[in-house]
Design a protein around this ligand. Sequence first.
Ligand SMILES: Nc1ncnc2c1ncn2[C@@H]1O[C@H](COP(=O)(O)OP(=O)(O)O)[C@@H](O)[C@H]1O
Ligand SMILES: [Mg+2]
Length: 254
Amino acid sequence: MTRIISFANHKGGVGKTTSTHSIGVALGKAGRKVLLIDLDPQANMTDSAGVTEVDNDIYDALTGKVEDIPIVQLYDNVWLTPASIDLASAEMELSAEMGREYILKGLIEPYAENFDYILIDCPPSLGLLTTNALTASTDVFIPLQAQFLAMKGLDKLIRVVDIIKSRLNPELNISGVIVTQYNSRTSLNRDVFNYVKEKFPRSAFITPIRNNVTLAESPSSGSDIFAYDIKSNGAKDYLALTEEILARFEPVNV
Ligand SMILES: Nc1ncnc2c1ncn2[C@@H]1O[C@H](COP(=O)(O)OP(=O)(O)O)[C@@H](O)[C@H]1O
Ligand SMILES: [Mg+2]
């Protein structure tokens, strides 16, 4: 079964894009076939992957300007569906469409079998784009910054996931909570991490992603953290987290 995972949190700057991109590339290195879908009008993942010139992006597919989702290959095993700023108007353009929550699901379906994992980088909002991502997904991963107020507003996201689960997509589960930008030397960070593990005993990952400047630098190089600096803590943490994800989703293969 293809795992389709939305990386969602309506708070910006919590590590959605960094996690989607890094975990996707790590899964590809582990031999899994991966499609990364950029669903954020800011197109940060598209830029981070160094993809600049494409004829079409996810906006053209969502709005029916092209029939199929555009897919470009990044590496062996890893492909990307790019986004562009055009996506900013998609929510309004699609707001009156019949079955508007299911558009992305319909676009992914013909390709899903080609991949082991499809990872969707959501925008920092709970609008129609995020609803489309969650309706198309089997799983949600929530990245959280290891800081005071990290959990503030999270009940809203959990409520949206519950509503989508009951009305649109009964398969959906919050199966991963990722603590990012973690500094083990501050007690506040440790407290937040412990609190997250208590609050999400089954879904919190035990590997936190440490605060690591290399993760902030690598997007400007147009490559992933592993190509940029495989020895960095960022690379190490995302590889360890990916092992944990594989152990959770494919217990017999690890
Ligand atoms: N673990 C980390 N340590 C240091 N900087 C990070 C880390 N994770 C992400 N960043 C940086 O923080 C910013 C926000 O991360 P990003 O993944 O873009 O968040 P989001 O997609 O949730 O808005 C980016 O500039 C990114 O490079
Ligand atoms: Mg982002």
